[in-house]
Design a protein around this ligand. Structure first.
Ligand SMILES: Cc1ncc(COP(=O)(O)O)c(C=O)c1O
Length: 446
């Protein structure tokens, strides 16, 4: 990495003694279940960089798992949060408050019509839980359909619809009853049809089978889907898949829920990833980037549906916290004012172009995919099997050179690139240079 913008351990000459001491304390005090992607010990952050206790700087291409889209400590968000802290923080469901009304209006405004009514909570899992409860309550049906490889969170309801890895579920059964899992159109790995032929899963074949053999459509409350699968491997479904779900949901009176916790709030170059397909769900869930790092999630639904959810049938002590909502309003304002939807698309094009070059020249990823600044690089070995080892080698080499990137995928063989939307061109190019070297070296090239 350029020394002006980043410095790795080898560049600073630090041996990381302070990090080692903190790590030891961490391992004694923090639950081991709370595992970390890296062993960096962060003490500061600014813009596109994390800074560790030994003073080393890391270009953050993970954004705290698709959260800090405006980079760390964006001045407008800092200002809004400070102003709110100096005014009031918390009233809970005891009162109405101005930030809640303002943030609800603002969040509704980024969603397509007729999604116009908002319920705030604190996290992705919570809003998924809430959306599922809403669907059951208004339909008075029990069935919930979700997709293999999906990730929706760790609480019991959200975990019940999460199938990206069995490790997340291991030891927790029985989970929520009435959940039916059906294949996601992951054509690169799982489909037999030719690349230019229509995908039967995207056309609804598996859902029709489910209704025929397993659960009658009239008993299904909700279809829950990620418009692009996130933890499952940054999988973009074929065009037409979301429209198929819309058609089937309409046909059977099922509530269609798009989980845009990872894809939403501008990451893909539109406010919602589902806008790329021109399909509007009945309910959308948002979290992660919504508060640029302050904890907040939102369920956004048609007013007609929300009005059927009786007062007090769902709630939250901390949901609607004024400080988080001040961050929400500021985050959405900055994305709009600074043209960051457009910027997300530009970033994605730059990454994709470069990564496609690696496919030919340096034995790079077997597949390059994504939308906007949400790009996945999937690696397969010479036998055509998922190559998690190579992804781990690339991640380690990048980290050693001051670039933090994350993996994902059902087999851990996908690199996900989710830089801040505020990243500069030189920072982006520098990161791609570092990544290219790591990809080349991991493929046995110098
Ligand atoms: C699509 C999706 N839904 C829900 C969640 C859960 O969010 P949280 O970790 O905030 O509970 C995640 C987290 O990665 C996610 O990617």
């Amino acid at each position: 990495m350029a020394t002006t913008t980043s410095s790795s351990a080898s560049q600073t000459g630090s041996q990381g003694q302070l990090s080692a001491a903190w790590r030891e304390r961490d391992h004694k005090a923090v639950a081991g279940a709370y595992s970390r992607y890296t062993d960096l010990v962060v003490q500061d952050a600014e813009g596109s960089f994390l800074i560790d206790v030994d003073g080393r700087r890391f270009l953050d291409f993970g954004c705290g798992i698709a959260v800090t889209s405006l980079g760390h400590r964006h001045p407008d968000v800092v200002r809004a949060v400070h102003r709110q802290v100096d005014s009031y923080w918390h009233t809970s469901v005891v009162t109405e408050h101005v930030r809640l009304t303002e943030a609800a209006e603002r969040v509704a405004a980024i969603c397509p019509d007729p999604l116009d009514t908002v319920f705030f909570a604190n996290s992705g899992a919570e809003v998924v839980e809430g959306a599922l409860k809403l669907a059951r309550r208004v339909t008075r049906r029990q069935g919930i359909i979700c997709f293999t490889g999906g990730f929706h969170g760790r609480s019991f309801g959200a975990l019940s619809v999460t199938t990206s890895k069995v490790h997340y579920r291991e030891g927790y059964n029985p989970l929520l009853p009435g959940v039916y899992t059906t294949p996601y159109p992951y054509c690169f790995r799982n489909c037999q049809h030719a690349v230019d032929e229509p995908c039967p899963i995207a056309a609804g074949l598996e859902l029709e089978r489910l209704f025929k053999h397993v659960v009658p459509a009239e008993e299904v409350a909700a279809i829950l889907v990620e418009p692009i699968q996130g933890e499952g491997g940054y999988i973009v479904p074929p065009a037409g898949f979301l429209a198929t779900l819309r058609r089937i949901a309409d046909q059977h009176g099922i509530v269609l829920i798009f989980d845009e916790v990872q894809t939403g709030v501008g990451r893909t170059g539109r406010w919602l990833a589902s806008e790329h397909d021109g399909v509007v769900p009945d309910v959308v869930t948002l979290a992660k980037a919504l508060g640029n790092g302050l904890p907040v999630g939102a369920i956004v639904a048609r007013g007609e549906l929300m009005r059927e959810w009786p007062a007090g049938s769902h709630g939250s002590t901390f949901g609607g916290n004024a400080v988080s909502l001040a961050a929400v309003v500021a985050t959405l304002d900055v994305i709009e004012r600074d043209g960051l939807l457009q910027r997300a698309s530009e970033i994605g094009e730059r990454i994709t172009q470069r990564a496609r070059g690696w496919q030919q020249q340096v034995g790079g990823p077997a597949d390059v995919r994504g939308r906007g600044a949400m790009i996945g690089l999937e690696f397969m070995d010479s036998a055509g099997l998922p190559d998690a080892e190579r992804v781990e080698a690339i991640r380690a080499a990048c980290l050693d050179r001051g670039l933090l990137i994350l993996g994902c995928g059902i087999d851990d063989n996908v690199i996900r690139l989710i830089p801040p939307l505020t990243i500069s061109d030189p920072e982006l190019d520098q990161a791609l240079e570092t990544l290219e070297v790591a990809v080349r070296q991991s493929g046995g090239q110098s």
